[in-house]
Design a protein around this ligand. Structure first.
Ligand SMILES: Cc1cc2nc3c(=O)[nH]c(=O)nc-3n(C[C@H](O)[C@H](O)[C@H](O)COP(=O)(O)OP(=O)(O)OC[C@H]3O[C@@H](n4cnc5c(N)ncnc54)[C@H](O)[C@@H]3O)c2cc1C
Length: 479
């Protein structure tokens, strides 16, 4: 049963009891909460599609580790084809879900940790890579969801972890014994932590010798003692509580804060502990992989933006208008550039010593830079095409009201062939695509802030070689 069904995924969640706070309440069954169930439904859809004849081609892969078919979400990237397949899978899924699928952070973390656990073992004779393989076997055999905890709360950004006034601003080891370690700290914006079974925790930045207690990486069940999930609010969510005016009626994204209140982690789940020089590469690998994942998932959402804009034009009676077609072409250009750079980053990938393939960092970060800036322009164009109705549609409850409803239906009519209900649904979706804080902000800050992407591009782009090209052509001799 290496690839679970939708039903088996829902059953597996019943065995979990994560400590959860949502809007001031301690919640016993978070997976059924009205603010969480749409998010769980998105992840459940990934299980469902793995058993669909078309979806299987994208979502199921052979595992060299357990010799069975497994979900691509829990597989090591053993080739360029694996990396290309990941981007295509994410595009396929987000075209159908229209928002985050919340399983790719774990997939990217497994691989980024794998590369550095292997390197660390080589340098120090540790056994982190073997432990990671055991963990990944468990994840593959049970087709589990893993969230990845990278981002610490970080306190004063100008200070290093060991310089902070409160030592818990970055997650760190506070105790250790023969059985394992005890960790304290908090990871913020943890996409899908409550849809997951395990968390894979990765350092958030490079570390130096005084920071070595902060250089730790480990796996922990989402309901381990001391792990606390606190729901983070997003735009438009109050509507989910009333179950109306939803926009994307089935799926959503969320990213709680996860607090580690003296959590015990047995040694067999610890993949880095004190070897500080591997913290930076681990998080940089994660960033490169994860920006590459965004190239797949955000272009799938981009296709939904384009489709929504074109449908809005049709519903407004403007199917064949040249300025609208030209704007649609601009949107397509951006979305395909994001996708194309991620595919190219896979094609140019190279094998690391562990046998895990690493994407081309310049191309994967270029894809993410396009997403951070140009996707916003595509969203603006979607709104420009759709019109002001995106901002302030009357509520579903008013439209259904026997008194005011008939008048609203009369005045909300667009093109003759389109029902008012469908027009309202489409505008709600556009509103959600344009203004849902977690989607919009993750275009910019998800997988790291844009400055990090620029720095990675510069660090890897070999500007000196490019200067040499220009000087050669200009006939300038190097002194
Ligand atoms: C919706 C969403 C989902 C996310 N999902 C996940 C997830 O699943 N897992 C996860 O681990 N993380 C996740 N993230 C976190 C994301 O990676 C971070 O938001 C991102 O790395 C930026 O970190 P920050 O928010 O702490 O901002 P900051 O680091 O505070 O950055 C804010 C600004 O300050 C600048 N800055 C920061 N420090 C310095 C400095 N020392 N010198 C100069 N400039 C500086 C940055 O460049 C940026 O412009 C998610 C974020 C969002 C919005």
């Amino acid at each position: 049963m290496a690839v679970k069904t939708l039903q088996e995924y829902y059953e597996s969640l019943k065995e979990l009891h994560p400590t959860t706070y949502i809007l001031g309440e301690k919640v016993e069954s978070p997976h059924e909460h009205p603010l969480i169930k749409h998010m769980v439904a998105g992840v459940a859809k990934t299980y469902d599609l793995a058993h669909d004849s078309e979806g299987k081609k994208y979502l199921v892969a052979d595992s060299e580790l357990i010799g069975e078919e497994v979900s691509r979400f829990v597989k090591f990237y053993r080739s360029r084809d694996d990396l290309i397949a990941k981007v295509r899978m994410l595009k396929f899924l987000t075209q159908r879900i229209g928002t985050c699928v919340m399983r790719c952070t774990g997939m990217d973390a497994i691989n980024s940790v794998g590369v550095e656990a292997y390197n660390c073992d080589k340098k120090y004779g540790t056994t982190y890579y073997e432990r990671l393989l055991d963990f990944v076997k468990l994840v593959q055999e049970n087709d589990l969801v893993v969230f990845s905890g990278v981002t610490d709360v970080k306190g004063d950004r100008s200070l290093r972890p060991s310089e902070q006034k409160d030592p818990d601003m970055y997650l760190h080891v506070v105790d250790r014994n023969d059985d394992g370690i005890v960790v304290r700290g908090a990871k913020v914006h943890q996409t899908g932590s409550l849809c997951a079974h395990w968390g894979l925790i990765v350092p958030t930045r490079e570390m130096r010798e005084p920071d070595k207690d902060y250089a730790t990486c480990f796996a922990v069940p989402v309901d381990a003692e001391g792990v606390i999930h606190v729901y983070g609010r997003g735009t438009l969510e109050a509507r989910a509580l009333g179950d109306c005016d939803l926009g994307n009626v089935a799926y959503g994204k969320f990213a709680p804060m996860v607090i580690f209140n003296d959590v015990f982690v047995p040694w067999e789940r610890v993949f880095l502990c004190g070897e500080y020089e591997f913290a930076g590469p681990m998080v940089r690998n994660f960033g490169n992989y994860h920006r590459h994942s965004h190239g797949g998932c955000k272009c799938g959402v981009g296709d939904v933006l384009i489709g929504a804009a074109a449908a809005a034009a049709e519903y407004n009676g403007l199917s064949r208008v040249s300025h609208i077609n030209s704007k649609l072409a601009e949107m397509i250009k951006t979305v395909e550039a994001i996708y194309g750079c991620s595919i190219a980053a896979s094609v140019e990938a190279v094998s690391t010593e562990s046998g895990i393939y690493m994407v081309d960092p310049v191309l994967s970060n270029t894809s993410k830079l396009y997403e951070g800036k140009e996707l916003q322009e595509a969203i603006r164009l979607m709104i420009e095409i759709a019109g002001g109705m995106v901002a302030d549609l009357p509520s579903d409850k008013d439209i259904e009201d026997p008194e005011i409803g008939p008048l609203l239906r009369k005045y909300l009519k667009g093109a003759e062939h389109v029902s008012v209900e469908d027009r309202v649904r489409l505008f709600r979706l556009i509103e959600k695509l344009a203004f849902e804080s977690r989607d919009i902000v993750s275009n910019i800050h998800g997988a790291g802030s844009p400055e990090t992407h620029r720095m990675t591009v510069l660090r890897n782009a070999d500007i000196d070689a490019k200067k040499k090209l220009a000087k050669n052509l200009a006939g300038i001799k190097e002194r």
